[in-house]
Design a protein around this ligand. Structure first.
Ligand code: NAG
Ligand code: NAG
Ligand code: NAG
Length: 460
């Protein structure tokens, strides 16, 4: 008892001396003033994982249940009719979500070696099944049925051991939750589902796993006042244990995406190709058709390494982070095709990461000739070309003015190649003479680094 009084006394005394932090009101106007935690913009690359009961049928997409039961798409209806006993329910898939080969340390190593700095796992998708033993998800969670494991806890520990940040995707709506269906019937004037399930569940997630990202989704049928989004986020920013580090996205109700949130995701696979005013993220998939694993995916359904690296470069040049999705199997395997894409990305980044991590967009995002995208750091401009130029001469127009102003750069080099490159200014173009391609360490895309004599503090 005395010890408790003593600790309380210390706590209240120390809170007197701490600097008053801003306190956010439950309004978008107030929440929007929160500065973006610094780690997020520097990180640039995250891994997204879609995993859940939908990984059991692994057919069509993670929307299997909806496609079958609500939209009645014949592909799904026929699939169940042909291969499952009459009366089969979606819930029966859960016991097959075995995850027997799930090795969180192995996953974390794969992600680390890809060059990613954070990992975001679907803690609960629209089906409502939670990948942690939630107090609010009785018998529809990974401890009660399926793997009998706390998948969120196991993966968060492994990811953090590798020095990466850990985030959680969370779906606000649940397609077939009776409480939600009932609230919807009232045109969302009743809020039983939000009060009894969603808010307590999100608080439980945050308090238990302290995520660095909360990636909200499934918001689109109701307004933010139904979801109590601003009240909840004021709690996240003012009171939660992750108030200084967490970043949240923009999916918090009708009309909110692309308008409010620490970073914007706008639409799936958002890749605008032009500079954005607000920090954003391109959440995209290696399997072009689906977020969840599909057993019948073809090789041509997967992005090639070149397409993946292209998307990364376009995204970062325009101020975005990339969140690269993989869909593991119900057994807990990241199939070799995903592994290979991630491994190749890591190989590319080992040589060319300077043009990605810790960079900011430049004055120009891309060059009008060729397929070249720019980024900048305090002392350099990086020009990344997605094709090896004809005759080994990279022609650029946008660095021309910088050249004229500064007379020379201290150094112009190709990342992954030691020697200085010869540069010529010809009319409106700067020509960089690249070495023979087989002397260069990487494939897929090539970075020319223009290093300035002095540190640049503003755009040139
Ligand atoms: C799909 O089938 C269910 C049950 O038969 C029915 O209630 C629902 O209205 C159907 N939906 C569509 C979009 O046809
Ligand atoms: C449902 O609520 C929305 C906004 O809360 C309102 O605009 C709409 O008219 C309502 N619909 C019905 C059928 O009452
Ligand atoms: C490159 O930038 C220009 C604007 O400078 C833009 O119009 C064009 O669409 C961009 N090219 C690509 C491939 O995105």
């Amino acid at each position: 008892m005395w010890l408790i009084y003593f600790l309380c006394a210390i706590a209240s005394a120390s809170s007197l001396v701490t600097i008053q932090k801003p306190s956010y009101e439950p309004t978008w106007e107030s929440l929007d003033t929160r500065p973006l935690p610094k780690w997020y913009d520097k990180a640039k690359i995250g891994i997204f994982i879609h995993w859940g009961v939908f990984s059991v049928p692994s057919f069509g997409s993670e929307w299997f249940w909806m496609s079958w039961k609500a939209s009645n798409q014949s592909r799904y209806v026929d699939y169940i009719k042909n291969f499952f006993p009459p009366g089969f329910t979606y819930q029966e898939f859960a016991k097959e979500f075995t995850c027997e080969f799930f090795d969180p340390d192995e996953w974390a190593k794969i992600f680390k070696n890809s060059g990613a700095n954070y990992v975001v796992l679907t803690s609960k998708h629209h089906e409502g099944y939670t990948l942690w033993p939630s107090k609010y998800s009785f018998s529809w969670n990974s401890m009660d049925i399926g793997p009998k494991r706390d998948l969120v806890g196991d993966l968060s520990n492994a990811v953090r051991k590798q020095g990466m940040r850990f985030g959680l995707y969370h779906s606000l709506y649940e397609w077939f939750n009776p409480m939600y269906v009932d609230d919807r019937r009232s045109n969302f004037t009743r809020k039983t589902f939000v009060d009894r399930k969603i808010i307590p569940e999100m608080k439980e997630l945050i308090e238990k796993y302290r995520p660095d990202v909360l990636w909200s989704d499934g918001d689109w049928e109701a307004y933010d006042d139904y979801w109590k989004s601003t009240e909840f986020l004021a709690w996240v920013y003012n009171e939660s244990p992750v108030q200084d580090t967490i970043v949240v996205n923009d999916r918090w109700g009708i009309d909110i995406p692309c308008k409010h949130g620490d970073f914007f995701t706008c639409q799936d696979r958002f890749n605008p190709g032009v500079l954005q005013k607000h920090k954003w993220e391109n959440a995209m998939t290696i399997d072009k058709e689906s977020w969840g694993f599909r057993r019948n995916a073809k090789l041509s359904d997967y992005l090639t390494t070149h397409q993946l690296i292209t998307t990364l470069i376009e995204t970062v040049s325009c101020g975005g982070n990339i969140l690269i999705n993989v869909g593991p199997t119900k057994e807990g395997i990241i199939t070799p095709i995903f592994q290979e894409r991630l491994r190749d990305l890591g190989i590319w980044l080992k040589v060319n990461g300077l043009a990605i991590y810790n960079t900011t967009p430049w004055k120009y995002q891309n060059d009008t000739i060729g397929q070249t995208w720019y980024t900048t750091s305090t002392d350099s401009v990086y020009a990344t070309t997605l094709v090896w130029p004809k005759g080994g001469i990279l022609k650029l127009t946008k660095v021309k003015t910088s050249f004229a102003k500064l007379k020379s750069f201290s150094s112009v080099k190709l990342l992954g190649y030691e020697k200085e490159l010869t540069v010529k200014v010809i009319a409106d173009e700067v020509h960089v003479l690249l070495p023979s391609k087989d002397l260069v360490k990487t494939d897929w895309a090539w970075v020319v680094r223009f290093k300035y004599n002095e540190l640049i503090t503003e755009y040139i």
